[in-house]
Design a protein around this ligand. Structure first.
Ligand code: ACO
Ligand code: ZN
Length: 281
């Protein structure tokens, strides 16, 4: 059995301490039974080991020598760094990250078999270390062309553009692989909002540049977004006409500008020149 579906159960852990934040949890997460009588858990923000008592964490912090996630730093721009962690090489870290993430993910499969995944952990770095703001996981080999399994921005960092950055990053990896990609389903409401926002902005910007003289296939090749997701995004913006049995993009520049304005801020950009990565073999 490769995966194990956790249905929403009664919430067990109410709050966690992580780095300088105390965070209220959202959902049940299947921590090992010995942790289930605790309302609060204390996480080491670097190795993600968790403990039931503050004194245990303090003792741990004196001897834990990690200052960033284990694995390779594959991107750095300013204070923002991305680390790639192989679940097979860092099993405990991968499991800890899944326990932590499940606290904020409903109806999501929790993978115990972390071997099969890569974890992309986004950090804000300062002189005390690299502090995780969020992550996404990705199957090493996906038959369904998933380029992202789970995505999370930790609550203290939400609504600042990190989610869109993580999504953009997952598509940059797909571009380097020369494949189209799509997020694993189901998407949460917040996940759907973030994806729709990302697809909308990326497509509108290209249409504007190319004065709409472009096909869905070409858009897909340029963005690594699946053709049917491009079609549904453009349909929802009413930029598609059905002519002679074919879908055609038709967008007046004024209409594009209006949509772009409504699409809100672009947020944090992924600077591809700072990504040093080759696809997993
Ligand atoms: N209310 C309304 N709109 C929101 C909200 C909210 N609370 N949060 C995000 N959005 C929308 C907005 O359109 C926003 O863009 P804007 O701020 O420019 O208007 C857009 O989503 C993305 O905002 P970001 O700041 O880039 O995203 P954030 O860092 O907050 O992360 C994420 C989004 C990852 C979905 C976050 O909400 C989260 O971790 N949620 C809990 C876990 C989850 O649901 N993950 C997705 C599950 S599906 C899957 O994993 C495949
Ligand atoms: Zn530690």
């Amino acid at each position: 059995l490769r995966e194990h579906e956790e249905f929403t159960k009664v919430k067990n852990i109410a709050t966690i301490e992580l780095g300088r934040y105390e965070i209220e949890t959202w959902y049940f997460s299947p921590f090992p039974p010995e942790y289930n009588d605790s309302l609060k858990l204390y996480f080491c923000e670097f190795c993600l080991n968790f403990m039931k008592r503050k004194e245990q964490l303090q003792r741990h912090m004196r001897k834990c020598d990690l200052k960033h996630p284990p694995g390779d730093e594959i991107y750095r721009s300013g204070t923002l760094s991305m680390f790639e962690v192989d679940g097979k090489k860092n099993k405990v870290y991968g499991q800890n990250l899944c326990y932590l993430a499940k606290l904020f993910l409903d109806h999501k499969t929790l993978y115990y078999d972390v071997d099969l995944f890569l974890f992309y952990v986004l950090c804000e770095c300062d002189d005390r270390g690299c502090h995780m703001v969020g992550y996404f996981s990705k199957e090493k080999h996906s038959e369904e062309s998933y380029n992202l399994a789970c995505i999370l921005t930790l609550p203290p960092y939400q609504r600042k553009g990190y989610g869109k950055f993580l999504i953009a990053f997952s598509y940059e990896l797909s571009k380097k692989e020369g494949k189209v990609g799509t997020p694993e389903r189901p998407l949460s409401d917040l996940g759907m909002l973030s994806y729709k926002g990302y697809w909308t902005r990326v497509l509108l910007e290209i249409l504007k540049k190319h004065k709409s003289n472009i096909s869905i296939k070409e858009l897909s090749d340029m963005t690594a977004i699946k053709a049917d997701e491009i079609l549904s995004t453009l349909q929802s913006l009413e930029l598609i006409q059905y002519r002679k049995g074919q879908h055609a993009i038709c967008a007046d520049p004024k209409v594009l500008d209006r949509h772009l304005k409504a699409a809100g801020r672009g947020g944090l950009e992924v600077d591809v020149s700072k990504l040093i990565w080759t696809p997993y073999k």
